[in-house]
Design a protein around this ligand. Structure first.
Ligand code: MN
Length: 719
């Protein structure tokens, strides 16, 4: 195991200003926290974070990254909390350790590799700080190096697949070719040991056969470069890795026998001018292979990679790939943004203060890029910041715009799920439907066959799909209601005229109203766009004075202001799960009654307010989960009153209100308030506060009201 002083010395070798004291403290802190824990290999667990920290010294990372590496597993695997970390190491380290811990919790969740791209985006979106990703990659690298100690072959294979699909691809995206190749090779060894063996054998054979040829080629290139005045150019023959050969064979369907160009040459020179000079010297000497020249110096790749690429028919007419770049570019090619970042830290070529947000670094590269494809790639990266990635219970990942809610999620799964959505659980906890989803949330939608979309959802959904589905539903729903209402109004009016209403009577008059269908006319009557008088005038042709005697004066008696709250003080506690001694209130916005699904919100110094799960007010508490308490009704049926609020459309005719109040009285409901909120010539809209025992009692009252002809519709009213 690497000793404390070795680690410190290594860091000091590239960063003399490193905070030695903090590194030492982190070393001891992690050692104590992991205590006697063991790895699968039998080594002390603590050896793992030390190895990860040591790997990061390869990228010349700063004190904070090294300290984070030492502490990266303590929150997940020991008693230590993030607060403890902050107390000992400050906010920056807390943030970094928190970031790595969050990424670690996603391990093994990428089962469904069809979704690898979304998963990678999720990891990037969650990292925010490049250093979090670097620590995670070093962590995975060490875990892959010690993979053989894991007993279960299935588990080893799963980890290896995840490594290729997710972590190696991530390393590539941020330009860390070195890490990418190491991860790929380690995973390849686990996944296809036989294929790897045969490729290595073939490589050995080709190496033996071509060794002399290779040296000759290298010498000739060197000579030509020296002639061109590039005395310091380094030429490195670089063998391709078994995994990349395997990938190439898969893609191009070539066989081992056809495999010849296994070596690429890299020429490293002093500055950019020399890069083009070297290119000129080589192109002047040998034939180039068309289509293979790429200038990534003037147009860097989105991950920061810069180099000239070309391919020639070299001495002996064999194909040779050549990369030409400066030393700094070479370092970036190996270590990508990590190198980029190390330069910034040391105040070397790119000195503009301590900006760690890696996304900004990418945007910087974007500034330099003029290729539209590169631009697009970068824009996509930036877009991850505007997206959230969430899991279904099966582990699939869905992407949504930031601000999306469980309702968006439900419609994202299937419009049928959205239409019947009644509630949601995020990471196992029930939350209001308007909660904003966060990266990595696991979302479970609770559905009920009897549920229908609520128009209020439209106020908080953010996806176009959810919005249009809700609108579509509400539109057809409203129309159905208006048609029924119109039919009821006309039936009654015709009866008063001693006529039996039928659609046949209406049909001949449709052109008069500019309608095609009877339903269109009925809908207009229901909506109040057309009065019954206008219809009867045309259809029956008689004009009788309308009869709406005195309804207005009756109404005015009921327009009292509403009471805001109903406390259950004095009554026995009807709610389970309360904190003893806390005052209990029932919310005036949603009027919960026994049988409703409910939640408690704690108000300091005041008590607990009970809301229904559907209540919109809950949105105000979405950011304060500590105030939510899980509560339930003591019994489904209860003595004593709870206020429920109903909204009804009632025909505008004599005794209509009397009918309503009679029904409620007959069902033993007590009206505590009544308010008329809307009036048209044909019906009026009322709000009723009724004292009921529970949901079933209320259900009986609603059923009783619906059975009356004067009541066009009635429903629970909750805002
Ligand atoms: Mn670890």
């Amino acid at each position: 195991m690497i000793r404390q002083y070795e680690l410190v010395e290594k860091i000091k070798s590239y960063d003399p200003d490193a905070d030695e004291d903090m590194i030492n403290r982190a070393y001891v802190f992690a050692m104590k926290a992991h205590g006697a824990q063991k790895r699968a290999s039998g080594d002390p667990y603590f050896s793992h974070p030390v190895e990860v920290a040591y790997k990061l010294t390869q990228f010349k990372l700063d004190t904070a990254s090294i300290v984070t590496a030492l502490l990266h597993d303590v929150v997940e695997d020991t008693e230590v909390s993030l607060d403890d970390i902050e107390a000992s190491f400050g906010r920056e380290i807390r943030g970094l350790v928190d970031g790595v811990t969050k990424l670690s919790r996603l391990e093994g969740k990428s089962e469904n590799l069809k979704q690898a791209e979304n998963f990678r985006k999720l990891l990037i979106a969650m990292s925010e700080d490049l250093r979090v990703l670097l620590v995670k990659l070093a962590d995975r690298l060490h875990n892959m190096e010690t993979l053989g100690h894991i007993k279960s072959p299935e588990k080893r294979q799963r980890i290896a697949r995840e490594t290729v699909e997710i972590y190696a691809a991530l390393a590539e995206r941020i330009g860390m070719r070195h890490v990418k190749e190491e991860l790929q090779e380690l995973a390849f060894k686990e996944l296809y040991p036989e294929a790897r063996e045969s490729i290595i054998k073939r490589l050995d054979y080709l190496r033996e056969q071509g060794a002399a040829e290779l040296e000759k080629t290298k010498a000739i290139i060197e000579e030509k470069l020296h002639e061109a005045g590039l005395a310091n150019a380094q030429i490195i023959g670089r063998e391709k890795k078994p995994f990349s050969i395997w990938k190439k064979m898969e893609g191009k369907n070539t066989s081992f026998e056809q495999l010849t160009d296994i070596v690429a040459f890299r020429i490293v020179v002093g500055d950019i001018a020399e890069c083009y000079q070297a290119l000129g010297a080589i192109h002047a000497q040998w034939h180039t292979i068309p289509g293979r020249f790429k200038d990534y110096i003037s147009t860097p790749k989105s991950n920061g990679y810069q180099s000239l690429h070309t391919a020639i028919l070299g001495p002996g007419q064999q194909r040779i790939e050549i990369q030409i770049r400066t030393e700094a570019m070479d370092e970036i090619a190996e270590y990508g943004l990590a190198a980029h970042w190390a330069y910034k830290q040391s105040g070397h070529p790119l000195k503009d203060g301590k900006q760690f947000r890696w996304i900004r670094e990418l945007l910087e590269i974007l500034d330099k890029s003029s290729n539209p494809e590169e631009f697009l790639e970068n824009t996509k990266l930036e877009m991850y910041q505007d997206q959230v990635f969430c899991f279904t219970p099966k582990g699939d990942i869905l992407a949504f715009p930031r601000g999306a809610t469980p309702v968006d999620f439900a419609y994202g799964v299937h419009s049928g799920v959205g239409d019947t959505c009644v509630g949601a659980k995020i990471n196992g906890r029930i939350v209001p439907l308007r909660t904003k989803l966060k990266n990595g949330d696991q979302v479970e939608i609770i559905t009920s066959k009897t549920q229908t979309p609520s128009p209020t959802w439209e106020r908080f959904v953010v996806t176009g799909k959810a919005r249009s589905e809700i609108r579509k539903y509400v539109r057809t729903q409203q129309r159905t209601e208006y048609i029924a209402l119109g039919r009821a109004i006309l039936t009654k009016t015709f009866k008063q005229e001693n006529e039996d209403f039928s659609e046949k009577m209406i049909e001949p008059h449709l052109p008069h109203f500019g309608k095609k269908e009877v339903d269109d006319l009925l809908a207009d009557v229901g909506e109040g766009l057309l009065s019954r008088q206008q219809v009867t005038d045309v259809v029956i042709g008689q004009k009788k004075p309308q009869n709406n005697s005195g309804v207005g004066s009756v109404i005015s008696n009921f327009t009292n202001p509403f009471r805001k709250k109903k406390s259950a003080a004095g009554a026995p506690m009807p709610i389970k799960g309360l904190i003893p001694g806390m005052a209990l209130y029932f919310a005036g916005c949603c009027h919960p009654i026994p049988g409703d699904r409910i939640v408690g919100i704690v108000t300091t110094g005041k008590g607990v307010t009970i809301h229904t799960m559907e209540c919109e007010t809950l949105e105000n508490y979405a950011d304060a989960p500590e105030r939510w308490i899980d509560v339930a009704w003591e019994r489904d049926h209860m003595e004593g009153g709870h206020i429920a609020r109903l909204r009804a459309h009632v025909s505008h005719e004599p005794a209509a209100l009397a009918t309503v109040t009679n029904v409620i009285a007959k069902e033993n409901g007590n009206i505590s308030n009544l308010k008329i909120i809307n009036r048209s010539t044909d019906f009026f809209e009322i709000l009723l506060d009724i004292e009921v025992r529970d949901l079933r009692h209320l259900g009986n009252i609603i059923a009783g009201l619906r059975s009356k002809e004067v009541v066009q519709n009635v429903e629970r009213y909750q805002t």
